[in-house]
Design a protein around this ligand. Structure first.
Ligand SMILES: NC(=O)c1ccc[n+]([C@@H]2O[C@H](COP(=O)([O-])OP(=O)(O)OC[C@H]3O[C@@H](n4cnc5c(N)ncnc54)[C@H](OP(=O)(O)O)[C@@H]3O)[C@@H](O)[C@H]2O)c1
Length: 405
Protein backbone atom coordinates (compact mmCIF):
# COMPACT_ATOMS: atom_id res chain seq x y z
CA UNK A 1 0.00 0.00 0.00
CA UNK A 2 2.73 2.46 0.97
CA UNK A 3 4.43 1.67 -2.31
CA UNK A 4 1.28 2.54 -4.22
CA UNK A 5 0.91 5.76 -2.28
CA UNK A 6 4.46 6.79 -3.10
CA UNK A 7 3.92 5.78 -6.67
CA UNK A 8 0.84 7.94 -7.07
CA UNK A 9 2.11 10.95 -5.16
CA UNK A 10 5.41 10.98 -7.01
CA UNK A 11 3.53 11.04 -10.27
CA UNK A 12 1.32 13.86 -8.97
CA UNK A 13 4.18 16.04 -7.87
CA UNK A 14 7.14 15.46 -10.02
CA UNK A 15 6.41 14.36 -13.52
CA UNK A 16 4.76 15.78 -16.54
CA UNK A 17 3.81 14.32 -19.84
CA UNK A 18 4.11 16.15 -23.12
CA UNK A 19 2.64 13.38 -25.23
CA UNK A 20 -0.37 14.90 -26.98
CA UNK A 21 -2.36 11.70 -26.97
CA UNK A 22 -2.22 10.80 -23.27
CA UNK A 23 -5.22 10.79 -21.03
CA UNK A 24 -4.94 13.04 -18.03
CA UNK A 25 -6.61 12.97 -14.65
CA UNK A 26 -6.69 15.30 -11.68
CA UNK A 27 -4.61 14.38 -8.68
CA UNK A 28 -5.10 16.06 -5.32
CA UNK A 29 -2.07 16.68 -3.18
CA UNK A 30 -2.41 19.00 -0.19
CA UNK A 31 -3.85 22.26 -1.48
CA UNK A 32 -2.67 21.70 -5.05
CA UNK A 33 -4.41 20.11 -7.97
CA UNK A 34 -2.25 19.01 -10.86
CA UNK A 35 -2.87 17.09 -14.01
CA UNK A 36 -0.88 13.95 -14.39
CA UNK A 37 -0.58 11.43 -17.16
CA UNK A 38 -2.24 8.06 -17.20
CA UNK A 39 -0.17 6.73 -20.05
CA UNK A 40 0.24 3.00 -20.37
CA UNK A 41 3.46 3.21 -18.36
CA UNK A 42 1.47 3.98 -15.21
CA UNK A 43 2.20 0.41 -14.17
CA UNK A 44 3.57 -0.98 -10.98
CA UNK A 45 5.59 -3.89 -12.32
CA UNK A 46 7.98 -4.60 -15.19
CA UNK A 47 10.20 -7.39 -16.51
CA UNK A 48 13.77 -7.43 -15.17
CA UNK A 49 16.71 -9.63 -14.26
CA UNK A 50 17.27 -9.32 -10.51
CA UNK A 51 19.40 -10.88 -7.80
CA UNK A 52 17.99 -11.63 -4.35
CA UNK A 53 21.38 -12.34 -2.79
CA UNK A 54 25.03 -12.07 -3.82
CA UNK A 55 26.67 -15.04 -5.47
CA UNK A 56 27.60 -16.72 -8.72
CA UNK A 57 25.58 -16.81 -11.93
CA UNK A 58 22.76 -18.90 -10.46
CA UNK A 59 21.56 -15.93 -8.35
CA UNK A 60 20.34 -14.19 -11.52
CA UNK A 61 16.53 -14.47 -11.67
CA UNK A 62 14.16 -13.26 -14.37
CA UNK A 63 10.91 -11.75 -13.12
CA UNK A 64 7.98 -10.03 -14.73
CA UNK A 65 7.14 -8.48 -11.34
CA UNK A 66 10.05 -6.14 -10.62
CA UNK A 67 8.97 -2.81 -9.11
CA UNK A 68 8.35 -0.20 -11.76
CA UNK A 69 10.75 2.74 -11.26
CA UNK A 70 9.25 5.84 -9.69
CA UNK A 71 10.14 9.49 -10.17
CA UNK A 72 10.93 10.74 -6.66
CA UNK A 73 12.87 13.92 -7.43
CA UNK A 74 11.67 16.48 -9.99
CA UNK A 75 14.90 16.28 -11.99
CA UNK A 76 14.46 12.59 -12.76
CA UNK A 77 13.44 10.82 -15.95
CA UNK A 78 12.19 7.32 -16.63
CA UNK A 79 13.93 5.66 -19.57
CA UNK A 80 12.60 2.68 -21.48
CA UNK A 81 15.73 0.58 -21.95
CA UNK A 82 16.33 -0.74 -25.46
CA UNK A 83 19.85 -2.07 -24.81
CA UNK A 84 22.06 -2.49 -21.76
CA UNK A 85 25.85 -2.76 -21.75
CA UNK A 86 27.62 -5.13 -19.35
CA UNK A 87 30.96 -4.52 -17.65
CA UNK A 88 33.28 -6.40 -15.29
CA UNK A 89 31.66 -4.34 -12.51
CA UNK A 90 28.36 -6.19 -13.04
CA UNK A 91 30.02 -9.54 -12.47
CA UNK A 92 31.75 -8.17 -9.36
CA UNK A 93 28.57 -6.56 -8.00
CA UNK A 94 26.67 -9.81 -8.53
CA UNK A 95 29.18 -11.32 -6.10
CA UNK A 96 28.77 -8.53 -3.53
CA UNK A 97 31.68 -6.29 -4.51
CA UNK A 98 31.17 -2.78 -3.16
CA UNK A 99 28.10 -3.78 -1.16
CA UNK A 100 29.12 -1.88 2.00
CA UNK A 101 29.71 1.43 0.22
CA UNK A 102 26.62 1.07 -2.01
CA UNK A 103 24.43 0.32 1.03
CA UNK A 104 25.71 3.44 2.74
CA UNK A 105 24.96 5.50 -0.35
CA UNK A 106 21.43 4.06 -0.66
CA UNK A 107 20.66 4.35 3.05
CA UNK A 108 23.03 6.90 4.66
CA UNK A 109 21.24 6.84 8.02
CA UNK A 110 21.41 3.05 8.15
CA UNK A 111 17.68 2.79 8.91
CA UNK A 112 16.88 -0.18 6.70
CA UNK A 113 17.61 -3.83 7.45
CA UNK A 114 20.63 -5.42 5.84
CA UNK A 115 19.71 -6.90 2.48
CA UNK A 116 17.20 -4.12 1.73
CA UNK A 117 18.92 -3.55 -1.62
CA UNK A 118 17.33 -6.76 -2.95
CA UNK A 119 15.88 -7.49 -5.41
CA UNK A 120 18.79 -5.71 -7.06
CA UNK A 121 18.95 -4.97 -10.78
CA UNK A 122 22.45 -4.97 -12.34
CA UNK A 123 23.56 -3.22 -15.55
CA UNK A 124 25.37 0.14 -15.56
CA UNK A 125 24.77 1.26 -19.15
CA UNK A 126 21.59 2.00 -21.02
CA UNK A 127 20.44 3.23 -24.37
CA UNK A 128 16.74 3.87 -24.74
CA UNK A 129 13.90 6.35 -24.96
CA UNK A 130 12.59 8.83 -22.36
CA UNK A 131 9.12 7.82 -21.24
CA UNK A 132 8.46 10.34 -18.47
CA UNK A 133 10.11 13.53 -17.23
CA UNK A 134 10.07 15.07 -13.76
CA UNK A 135 8.67 18.60 -13.51
CA UNK A 136 12.08 20.28 -13.39
CA UNK A 137 13.46 18.46 -16.42
CA UNK A 138 14.03 21.02 -19.18
CA UNK A 139 16.67 19.44 -21.38
CA UNK A 140 14.73 16.28 -22.33
CA UNK A 141 11.27 15.46 -23.60
CA UNK A 142 9.35 12.25 -23.85
CA UNK A 143 10.40 10.10 -26.80
CA UNK A 144 13.95 11.55 -26.84
CA UNK A 145 16.53 8.87 -27.57
CA UNK A 146 19.10 8.88 -24.77
CA UNK A 147 22.08 7.01 -23.40
CA UNK A 148 23.37 6.94 -19.84
CA UNK A 149 25.82 5.45 -17.38
CA UNK A 150 24.08 4.45 -14.16
CA UNK A 151 25.56 5.01 -10.67
CA UNK A 152 26.24 1.68 -8.97
CA UNK A 153 23.92 2.41 -6.02
CA UNK A 154 20.91 2.77 -8.33
CA UNK A 155 18.77 0.07 -9.89
CA UNK A 156 20.36 -0.89 -13.21
CA UNK A 157 19.49 -1.34 -16.86
CA UNK A 158 18.80 -5.10 -17.05
CA UNK A 159 15.13 -4.14 -16.91
CA UNK A 160 12.53 -2.67 -19.17
CA UNK A 161 12.68 0.73 -17.43
CA UNK A 162 15.15 2.64 -15.29
CA UNK A 163 14.86 5.94 -13.41
CA UNK A 164 17.80 8.34 -13.61
CA UNK A 165 18.68 11.94 -12.82
CA UNK A 166 18.51 14.09 -15.92
CA UNK A 167 22.14 15.08 -15.34
CA UNK A 168 23.17 11.43 -15.77
CA UNK A 169 21.43 11.21 -19.15
CA UNK A 170 22.48 12.52 -22.55
CA UNK A 171 20.96 12.49 -26.02
CA UNK A 172 22.15 9.39 -27.83
CA UNK A 173 24.39 9.78 -30.91
CA UNK A 174 22.22 9.76 -34.00
CA UNK A 175 24.74 7.64 -35.87
CA UNK A 176 24.48 4.69 -33.45
CA UNK A 177 21.86 2.01 -32.96
CA UNK A 178 20.71 1.37 -29.37
CA UNK A 179 22.90 -1.74 -29.24
CA UNK A 180 25.96 0.27 -30.23
CA UNK A 181 25.07 3.18 -27.95
CA UNK A 182 24.70 0.88 -24.93
CA UNK A 183 28.34 -0.18 -25.36
CA UNK A 184 29.78 3.26 -24.61
CA UNK A 185 28.43 5.22 -21.58
CA UNK A 186 30.10 3.34 -18.70
CA UNK A 187 33.49 2.97 -20.35
CA UNK A 188 33.35 6.51 -21.76
CA UNK A 189 32.48 8.15 -18.44
CA UNK A 190 35.13 6.06 -16.69
CA UNK A 191 37.75 7.02 -19.27
CA UNK A 192 36.58 10.66 -19.10
CA UNK A 193 36.85 10.68 -15.32
CA UNK A 194 40.31 9.06 -15.38
CA UNK A 195 41.85 10.86 -18.34
CA UNK A 196 40.15 14.26 -18.24
CA UNK A 197 39.12 14.92 -14.62
CA UNK A 198 42.01 13.07 -12.94
CA UNK A 199 44.63 13.02 -15.70
CA UNK A 200 44.07 16.62 -16.85
CA UNK A 201 43.88 15.73 -20.56
CA UNK A 202 41.59 17.53 -22.98
CA UNK A 203 41.13 17.83 -26.70
CA UNK A 204 43.24 21.01 -26.58
CA UNK A 205 46.33 19.69 -24.77
CA UNK A 206 46.83 16.17 -26.13
CA UNK A 207 48.72 16.85 -29.34
CA UNK A 208 52.20 15.33 -29.11
CA UNK A 209 51.50 13.86 -25.65
CA UNK A 210 52.68 10.28 -25.26
CA UNK A 211 50.09 8.11 -23.55
CA UNK A 212 50.47 4.48 -22.46
CA UNK A 213 47.35 2.36 -21.93
CA UNK A 214 48.01 -0.81 -19.94
CA UNK A 215 45.24 -3.20 -21.02
CA UNK A 216 43.97 -1.70 -24.28
CA UNK A 217 41.75 -4.45 -25.69
CA UNK A 218 38.81 -4.34 -23.24
CA UNK A 219 35.95 -1.92 -22.76
CA UNK A 220 37.80 1.02 -21.21
CA UNK A 221 40.89 0.52 -23.37
CA UNK A 222 39.10 0.42 -26.71
CA UNK A 223 37.23 3.62 -25.92
CA UNK A 224 40.30 5.40 -24.51
CA UNK A 225 42.47 4.62 -27.55
CA UNK A 226 39.90 6.17 -29.87
CA UNK A 227 39.29 9.27 -27.76
CA UNK A 228 43.01 9.97 -27.30
CA UNK A 229 43.71 9.48 -31.00
CA UNK A 230 40.84 11.85 -31.84
CA UNK A 231 42.59 14.40 -29.61
CA UNK A 232 45.94 13.95 -31.37
CA UNK A 233 47.89 12.00 -28.74
CA UNK A 234 50.48 9.32 -29.50
CA UNK A 235 49.06 6.12 -27.99
CA UNK A 236 51.00 3.03 -26.93
CA UNK A 237 48.97 0.03 -25.81
CA UNK A 238 49.71 -3.24 -24.03
CA UNK A 239 47.53 -6.23 -24.90
CA UNK A 240 47.74 -9.90 -25.89
CA UNK A 241 49.46 -10.67 -29.17
CA UNK A 242 46.14 -11.80 -30.67
CA UNK A 243 44.60 -8.36 -30.00
CA UNK A 244 47.34 -6.39 -31.76
CA UNK A 245 45.52 -5.95 -35.09
CA UNK A 246 42.32 -5.12 -33.26
CA UNK A 247 43.82 -2.24 -31.20
CA UNK A 248 45.82 -0.96 -34.20
CA UNK A 249 42.51 -0.83 -36.08
CA UNK A 250 41.23 1.52 -33.36
CA UNK A 251 44.23 3.80 -33.88
CA UNK A 252 46.94 2.58 -31.47
CA UNK A 253 50.34 3.81 -32.70
CA UNK A 254 52.48 1.28 -30.90
CA UNK A 255 51.51 -2.08 -29.42
CA UNK A 256 53.40 -4.18 -26.88
CA UNK A 257 52.43 -7.82 -26.33
CA UNK A 258 52.27 -8.51 -22.60
CA UNK A 259 52.12 -12.28 -23.15
CA UNK A 260 55.62 -12.39 -24.70
CA UNK A 261 57.49 -11.94 -21.41
CA UNK A 262 58.08 -9.15 -18.90
CA UNK A 263 56.17 -6.30 -20.55
CA UNK A 264 58.13 -3.59 -18.72
CA UNK A 265 61.30 -4.41 -20.67
CA UNK A 266 60.10 -3.45 -24.18
CA UNK A 267 58.26 -0.49 -22.62
CA UNK A 268 61.45 0.73 -20.92
CA UNK A 269 63.15 0.92 -24.33
CA UNK A 270 60.58 3.50 -25.51
CA UNK A 271 60.56 7.26 -25.06
CA UNK A 272 58.97 8.13 -21.69
CA UNK A 273 55.28 8.92 -21.30
CA UNK A 274 53.19 11.91 -20.22
CA UNK A 275 50.37 9.79 -18.85
CA UNK A 276 49.75 6.11 -18.13
CA UNK A 277 46.22 4.71 -17.81
CA UNK A 278 46.36 1.42 -15.92
CA UNK A 279 43.44 -0.96 -16.62
CA UNK A 280 45.38 -3.98 -15.37
CA UNK A 281 46.54 -3.44 -11.77
CA UNK A 282 48.47 -6.13 -9.92
CA UNK A 283 52.19 -5.36 -9.98
CA UNK A 284 51.98 -2.63 -12.64
CA UNK A 285 52.57 0.19 -10.20
CA UNK A 286 55.86 -1.39 -9.08
CA UNK A 287 57.45 -0.61 -12.47
CA UNK A 288 55.14 1.56 -14.59
CA UNK A 289 55.78 4.87 -12.83
CA UNK A 290 59.43 4.66 -13.94
CA UNK A 291 58.16 4.98 -17.52
CA UNK A 292 56.83 8.51 -16.89
CA UNK A 293 58.73 11.72 -17.75
CA UNK A 294 59.90 13.02 -14.36
CA UNK A 295 59.30 16.61 -13.17
CA UNK A 296 56.98 17.35 -16.13
CA UNK A 297 53.59 16.87 -14.45
CA UNK A 298 53.35 13.31 -15.82
CA UNK A 299 50.65 11.14 -14.23
CA UNK A 300 49.94 7.46 -13.56
CA UNK A 301 46.17 6.92 -13.23
CA UNK A 302 45.04 3.47 -12.18
CA UNK A 303 41.47 2.21 -12.39
CA UNK A 304 42.28 -0.83 -10.28
CA UNK A 305 42.03 0.40 -6.69
CA UNK A 306 41.36 -1.30 -3.36
CA UNK A 307 38.77 1.28 -2.25
CA UNK A 308 35.63 -0.90 -2.38
CA UNK A 309 37.44 -4.04 -1.17
CA UNK A 310 38.64 -2.07 1.84
CA UNK A 311 35.14 -0.89 2.79
CA UNK A 312 33.67 -4.36 2.14
CA UNK A 313 36.29 -5.98 4.34
CA UNK A 314 36.80 -3.41 7.09
CA UNK A 315 33.53 -1.45 7.14
CA UNK A 316 32.99 2.08 5.94
CA UNK A 317 34.95 4.09 8.52
CA UNK A 318 38.04 1.86 8.76
CA UNK A 319 37.96 1.06 5.04
CA UNK A 320 37.92 4.74 4.12
CA UNK A 321 40.72 5.54 6.57
CA UNK A 322 42.83 2.74 5.17
CA UNK A 323 42.07 3.87 1.60
CA UNK A 324 42.99 7.49 2.33
CA UNK A 325 46.22 6.42 4.03
CA UNK A 326 47.17 4.10 1.16
CA UNK A 327 46.58 6.61 -1.62
CA UNK A 328 48.26 9.46 0.27
CA UNK A 329 51.35 7.35 1.01
CA UNK A 330 51.67 6.21 -2.59
CA UNK A 331 51.08 9.69 -4.00
CA UNK A 332 53.76 11.14 -1.72
CA UNK A 333 56.24 8.36 -2.47
CA UNK A 334 56.00 9.08 -6.21
CA UNK A 335 55.75 12.85 -5.88
CA UNK A 336 59.27 13.03 -4.50
CA UNK A 337 60.41 11.24 -7.67
CA UNK A 338 58.69 13.90 -9.81
CA UNK A 339 55.63 11.95 -11.01
CA UNK A 340 51.99 11.92 -9.94
CA UNK A 341 50.18 8.81 -8.73
CA UNK A 342 46.35 8.91 -8.90
CA UNK A 343 43.30 6.66 -8.63
CA UNK A 344 40.57 6.91 -11.25
CA UNK A 345 36.89 6.08 -10.76
CA UNK A 346 33.77 5.58 -12.83
CA UNK A 347 31.76 8.83 -12.62
CA UNK A 348 28.38 8.94 -14.42
CA UNK A 349 27.96 12.23 -16.26
CA UNK A 350 25.48 13.41 -18.87
CA UNK A 351 27.66 16.42 -19.84
CA UNK A 352 30.65 14.11 -20.49
CA UNK A 353 28.42 11.93 -22.68
CA UNK A 354 27.31 15.05 -24.58
CA UNK A 355 30.96 15.61 -25.54
CA UNK A 356 31.44 11.96 -26.41
CA UNK A 357 28.32 12.11 -28.62
CA UNK A 358 29.95 14.81 -30.71
CA UNK A 359 33.02 12.64 -31.23
CA UNK A 360 30.85 9.66 -32.15
CA UNK A 361 28.67 11.59 -34.60
CA UNK A 362 31.83 13.11 -36.13
CA UNK A 363 33.07 9.58 -36.82
CA UNK A 364 36.03 9.88 -34.41
CA UNK A 365 34.86 7.18 -32.00
CA UNK A 366 32.93 4.03 -32.79
CA UNK A 367 31.20 1.50 -30.60
CA UNK A 368 33.14 -1.75 -30.20
CA UNK A 369 30.51 -4.42 -29.61
CA UNK A 370 32.06 -7.84 -29.25
CA UNK A 371 28.88 -9.84 -28.65
CA UNK A 372 25.15 -9.17 -28.33
CA UNK A 373 22.71 -11.24 -26.25
CA UNK A 374 18.91 -11.17 -26.08
CA UNK A 375 17.09 -10.31 -22.84
CA UNK A 376 16.42 -14.00 -22.20
CA UNK A 377 20.17 -14.72 -22.42
CA UNK A 378 21.40 -12.52 -19.56
CA UNK A 379 22.98 -15.48 -17.67
CA UNK A 380 24.90 -16.43 -20.83
CA UNK A 381 26.05 -12.82 -21.18
CA UNK A 382 27.41 -12.94 -17.61
CA UNK A 383 29.13 -16.27 -18.36
CA UNK A 384 30.80 -14.66 -21.33
CA UNK A 385 31.93 -11.70 -19.20
CA UNK A 386 33.35 -14.05 -16.56
CA UNK A 387 35.63 -15.72 -19.11
CA UNK A 388 37.51 -12.40 -19.52
CA UNK A 389 39.67 -11.69 -22.59
CA UNK A 390 37.21 -9.03 -23.70
CA UNK A 391 37.67 -7.47 -27.12
CA UNK A 392 35.33 -4.54 -26.65
CA UNK A 393 31.88 -4.77 -25.12
CA UNK A 394 29.05 -7.19 -24.34
CA UNK A 395 25.52 -5.84 -24.88
CA UNK A 396 22.06 -7.15 -23.95
CA UNK A 397 19.21 -6.17 -26.25
CA UNK A 398 16.15 -5.63 -24.06
CA UNK A 399 13.38 -4.26 -26.20
CA UNK A 400 12.85 -3.00 -29.69
CA UNK A 401 10.45 -0.12 -29.28
CA UNK A 402 7.97 -2.01 -27.14
CA UNK A 403 8.67 -5.65 -27.98
CA UNK A 404 10.56 -7.61 -25.35
CA UNK A 405 13.28 -9.78 -26.81
N1 LIG B 1 37.83 2.21 -10.69
C1 LIG B 1 36.74 2.21 -11.45
O1 LIG B 1 35.77 2.95 -11.20
C2 LIG B 1 36.74 1.33 -12.67
C3 LIG B 1 35.84 1.59 -13.71
C4 LIG B 1 35.90 0.78 -14.84
C5 LIG B 1 36.81 -0.26 -14.91
N2 LIG B 1 37.62 -0.49 -13.85
C6 LIG B 1 38.58 -1.59 -13.89
O2 LIG B 1 39.44 -1.37 -15.01
C7 LIG B 1 39.81 -2.61 -15.57
C8 LIG B 1 39.53 -2.61 -17.07
O3 LIG B 1 38.13 -2.50 -17.28
P1 LIG B 1 37.52 -2.95 -18.67
O4 LIG B 1 36.08 -2.64 -18.63
O5 LIG B 1 38.32 -2.41 -19.79
O6 LIG B 1 37.76 -4.55 -18.57
P2 LIG B 1 37.60 -5.64 -19.71
O7 LIG B 1 36.65 -5.17 -20.73
O8 LIG B 1 37.38 -6.93 -19.04
O9 LIG B 1 39.05 -5.66 -20.41
C9 LIG B 1 40.22 -6.05 -19.79
C10 LIG B 1 41.22 -6.27 -20.95
O10 LIG B 1 42.54 -6.36 -20.47
C11 LIG B 1 43.23 -7.42 -21.14
N3 LIG B 1 44.29 -7.86 -20.25
C12 LIG B 1 44.21 -8.73 -19.21
N4 LIG B 1 45.38 -8.79 -18.57
C13 LIG B 1 46.22 -7.93 -19.19
C14 LIG B 1 47.58 -7.53 -18.99
N5 LIG B 1 48.31 -8.05 -17.99
N6 LIG B 1 48.10 -6.60 -19.81
C15 LIG B 1 47.37 -6.06 -20.82
N7 LIG B 1 46.09 -6.38 -21.08
C16 LIG B 1 45.53 -7.31 -20.25
C17 LIG B 1 42.13 -8.44 -21.41
O11 LIG B 1 42.37 -9.28 -22.54
P3 LIG B 1 43.35 -10.57 -22.48
O12 LIG B 1 43.12 -11.22 -21.13
O13 LIG B 1 42.93 -11.46 -23.61
O14 LIG B 1 44.70 -10.02 -22.67
C18 LIG B 1 40.94 -7.54 -21.73
O15 LIG B 1 40.90 -7.22 -23.10
C19 LIG B 1 39.04 -3.69 -14.80
O16 LIG B 1 39.88 -4.21 -13.80
C20 LIG B 1 37.91 -2.92 -14.16
O17 LIG B 1 37.46 -3.53 -12.99
C21 LIG B 1 37.62 0.28 -12.75
Amino acid sequence: MSYLRNFVSSRCLFHHSILPSVNTSACWHGSRTRLFSTTKISMTIMPAWVIDKYGSNDVLRFTRNASFPVIIYPNEVIVRVHSAGLNPLDVSMRGGYGAATMSMKRDPLNIKQSGSEFPLILGREASGVIMECGLDVKHFRERDEVWAAIPPWKQGSLAEFVVLSANEVSHKPKSLSHVEAAAIPYVATTAWSALVNTGGLSKDNCAKKRILILGGSGGVGTFSIQMLKAWGAHVTVTCSQNAERFVRGLGADHVVDYTAGAVEEPLRALEKFDLILDNVGGDTELWALNLLKPWCGAKFVTLVTPFLQNTDRMGIADGMMKTAATVATKALKHLVKGVHYRWGFFAPSGPALDEVREMVDAGQVRAVVEETFSFSQVPQAFEKMEKGHARGKTVVQISRGGDDL
